[in-house]
Design a protein around this ligand. Structure first.
Ligand SMILES: Cc1cc2nc3c(=O)[nH]c(=O)nc-3n(C[C@H](O)[C@H](O)[C@H](O)COP(=O)(O)OP(=O)(O)OC[C@H]3O[C@@H](n4cnc5c(N)ncnc54)[C@H](O)[C@@H]3O)c2cc1C
Length: 422
């Protein structure tokens, strides 16, 4: 069995490990942290990634811990006036629900699947359970040979090397041969979780408890909140202009004063919500431009390592899962490795660039100052009241698109060389 060596055990690395196991690969993850774990925050799991997880047999496990918002709502920042109420498209239409989930729950269910002795949706001849080396930080990369060296001097190699090592990827630097170009987006995010029973004590916050994904829009800022963890916690993400105080870290602590200052002038309901938590985390939001290549030798990239984006479409992790599933199909196609990696890049690079650009556009729309453009935006939102629209990003079929391209390539090879062995 060929071996895939994956650097990074985040959501993207784990999704790739599951996809590759399903294609019969042996999978190994090298993870810098001392254990595979996620930060205490929620994440939206849209149907474009949900469909892949449903196909992998994970629906029941997700349902046990995730929440299904019934509608998405937009609100005005200073008086909490409602601007929209759209039902999410149905599960029947999309092939998966729209889920909100705690990151830790998400990470755990992917990890459990990757290391399980039997896959949730069995396939013929799967690869063995994932092997993970924690406390294993990669320091240098040989892309041509698919091998790495760790900070403590160990060497690992694989038939393919996958850089799923996030926004400051060392594998990305080796693949592109260029220094890191990920840069601050100009925005920061405060994130926190509030127990539902704490919110219940404040009747003016009843709207927070509804099964809704909420988006409050204000000048240079927006706030998203929704229930997670089986409706036991409310996840809140507050995005505002970066005042130069944040670092790019998943664990930097913020304070109540900082959050309230960043959202001065917002409605009393929102300020009450922001004052409830005991602990605030803050992030500098990072983005990168499209890379000139994702492939060198036996090595490729996925997730934030190659397309870190601002989180305004809630698609970063969803794209990493799409990458993992598509890469697994390419590597399982029987094409020679270099062709399989180029096929993966051919399909995934334009898709993820379109999503990155869409996320930048969403920022412009969410963060408008009051004025003509903002009034037009609000009127457009209100016009759609009750109708619901399907984001084209949710409808995208990552595996279908990958399969289509692979079939074209294989068809072309067969017609030029009927003897070609796959
Ligand atoms: C505020 C905010 C809100 C978001 N909301 C959403 C959302 O609602 N929906 C959504 O889909 N996405 C969302 N995202 C984006 C999403 O969090 C990321 O896109 C996703 O986590 C990327 O996953 P990844 O596996 O590519 O990278 P990461 O999760 O960063 O994982 C990389 C892993 O590699 C390890 N690593 C790094 N360097 C090394 C090394 N040298 N050696 C070994 N291991 C290494 C790290 O320890 C880490 O475990 C949000 C992001 C932010 C900041």
């Amino acid at each position: 069995m060929p071996t895939a060596l994956i650097v990074g055990g985040g959501l993207g690395g784990l999704a790739a490990a599951i996809g590759l196991r399903r294609e019969g690969w042996t999978t190994v993850i090298l993870e810098a942290a001392h254990q595979i774990s996620e930060v205490g925050a929620g994440i939206q799991l849209p149907p474009n990634s949900g469909r892949i997880l449903v196909k992998w047999g994970l629906k029941d496990k997700i349902e046990k811990v995730a929440c299904r918002p019934r509608t998405i709502r937009h609100w005005r920042y200073d008086n909490a006036a409602p601007l929209s109420k759209w039902p999410f498209p149905s599960e029947e239409l999309m092939g998966a629900p729209y889920w909100n989930i705690h990151r830790g729950d998400y990470q755990k269910l992917l990890l459990d699947e990757a290391i399980a002795s039997t896959l949730s949706s069995p396939v013929q001849n799967p690869g063995p359970p994932l092997k993970i080396y924690t406390n294993t930080k990669v320091s240098s990369v040989d892309c041509e040979n698919g091998s790495v060296k760790t900070t403590d001097g160990r060497f690992f190699s694989g038939d393919v090397l996958i850089g799923a090592d996030g926004v400051r990827s060392v594998v990305k630097v080796a693949v592109t041969g260029e220094p890191d170009h990920a840069k601050p987006s100009g925005d920061q995010a405060f994130r926190f979780l509030i127990p539902v029973e704490k919110v219940e004590k404040h009747p003016e916050l009843n709207f927070v408890l509804e099964h809704v994904a909420n988006n409050h829009l204000g000048p240079d800022a927006h706030i998203v909140h929704y229930p997670v963890h089986g409706y036991k916690l409310i996840n809140v993400v507050c995005v505002s202009q970066d005042m130069g105080l944040t670092q790019e870290s998943w664990n930097q602590q913020g304070s109540r004063e900082e959050v309230l200052k960043a959202f001065e002038g917002w409605s009393p309901e929102i300020l009450k919500l922001l004052s409830l938590p005991d602990k605030y985390l803050k992030w500098q939001l990072i983005k990168r431009e499209e890379l000139h290549t994702w492939v060198r030798g036996k090595t490729t990239l996925l997730g934030d390592a190659c397309h870190a984006m601002v989180p305004y479409l809630a698609q970063g992790a969803a794209q990493a899962v799409e990458d993992g599933a598509a890469l697994a199909l390419a590597l399982g196609s029987g094409l020679p490795l270099d062709e399989a990696l180029r096929a993966y890049e051919h399909v995934r690079k334009p898709r993820t660039t379109a999503v990155m650009n869409g996320a930048d556009d969403a920022r412009t729309s969410y963060h408008m100052h009051d004025g003509v453009a903002q009034m037009k935006r609000d009127n457009a939102l209100k016009k759609e009241w009750g109708k619901g629209s399907i984001s084209p990003h949710w409808a995208y079929d990552a595996e279908g698109e990958m399969d289509k391209h692979l079939n074209e390539l294989i068809g072309r090879r067969d017609s030029t060389n009927p003897e070609s062995s796959r």
